[in-house]
Design a protein around this ligand. Structure first.
Ligand code: DP6
Length: 347
């Protein structure tokens, strides 16, 4: 039986930065975390992924940022493609091309945007019509935080309580236009080490060995609720101290993990100190730092304070560059490029 031709699909998605961190997995097979998390999907940065399934291929082909992927990165992509093939009852191999408009090793969560874009592109290319929630679940199987990048603006990933994961899902709480004055100043630092332990393995080490992990989990529902309320009210004076408190809690469980997880460089630590000084000098919270499992820093501030905050932080030794980002849209399919018609032969 002739099989229907399938489309070549391109889908793009952005990284997100967590204000309440996902760190610890209750069910590794279903990808269910111990705690709910909350993030901001960012504008301007993008992973763009094109997928085509074909009968002509004899294995999956994965090209990441122009280079043929091998080892772990390829295996992660193939595992997600296998899920798509199972859902679509297909045995076709795929060609995957993915590009970021930001450096992959920059620590700017390329796995979140990358797996979100892959989930969107591969499911559509296989002819599946999934809801955003289903695409998000697929993205989650590649990288936990990727489930949030399907959605725009301020996004909550609910951990849920059911064993089958049916109440574990991500959704937008407030759209990208909710708080236009909020800025995420990304500070890329020099000499950021390449991650030695995958986040998934690192967080499970924290669950097993950090004496502070249980107390962190107990306090998180209340902190998440307060953060949600501060965002709803666009109240930076309430939000910024809570964002730093959460970042400090995350860093503390990492540092008390055995062996310790130390993601920061001296420059990252200098940024933490400088933000605290800025707030002390201003007599109000003008900025809030946060970071993921990496050395680069995200500093939230309001548009009116951006110039002053940026000037102070950009001059710290070891700050390589800064990037001011806003809440942005979720993942989306890009319209197929219209083939240009062959030029008419002149008669
Ligand atoms: C610190 O989603 O990168 O960024 O599931 O192993 O891909 P994997 O982990 P990942 O972990 C992200 C952890 C974090 C916090 C967060 O984004 O919530």
């Amino acid at each position: 039986m002739a099989r229907p031709p399938r489309a070549t699909v391109t889908y793009e998605a952005a990284p997100n930065i967590a204000l309440v961190k996902y760190w610890g997995v209750r069910d590794p097979d279903l990808g269910i975390p111990y705690n709910s998390s909350l993030s901001v999907t960012l504008d301007r940065l993008r992973s763009r992924t094109t997928v085509r399934f074909s009968d002509d291929l004899t294995s999956d082909r994965v090209v990441l940022n122009g280079a043929e992927a091998t080892g772990g990165p390829r295996a992660g992509v193939v595992a997600l493609l296998d899920r798509v093939r199972a859902l679509a009852r297909s045995d076709r191999y795929a060609e995957v091309r993915s590009d970021n408009n930001f450096p992959m090793a920059s620590g700017l969560a390329s796995s979140a945007s990358g797996f979100a874009a892959l989930a969107g592109a591969s499911s559509l290319a296989a002819g599946l019509t999934l809801s955003d929630r289903e695409v998000s679940e697929l993205a989650r199987s590649g990288s936990g935080s990727a489930c949030r990048s399907i959605f725009g603006g301020f996004v909550e990933w609910r951990a849920g309580v059911r064993a089958d994961g049916s109440d574990c899902f991500a959704r937008t709480l407030f759209g990208p236009g909710h708080w236009p004055a909020l800025v995420d100043l990304v500070l890329l630092v020099e000499g950021a080490p390449v991650k030695e332990v995958r986040s998934m393995d690192a967080m499970q080490l924290t669950v097993r060995t950090s004496p502070e992990y249980a107390a962190r989990l107990r306090g998180l529902p209340r902190r998440l609720e307060r953060i949600r309320r501060a965002i709803a009210a666009r109240d930076s004076a309430a939000l910024f101290p809570l964002v730093m408190e959460e970042c400090d809690s995350f860093r503390s469980v990492c540092e008390t993990t055995r062996p310790t997880l130390d993601y920061l460089t001296p420059t990252s630590r200098a940024i933490l100190g400088e933000v605290r000084s800025l707030n002390r000098e201003a007599g109000r919270p003008v900025a809030a730092y946060t970071h993921d499992a990496g050395a680069h820093m995200h500093v939230f501030t309001l548009a009116q304070d951006l110039a002053g905050v940026r000037r102070r932080l950009a001059r710290l030794p070891g700050v390589r560059s800064t990037l001011a980002l806003h809440p942005g849209p979720g993942g989306r399919r890009l319209a197929p490029r219209r083939r240009s018609r062959p030029a008419r032969r002149a008669r």
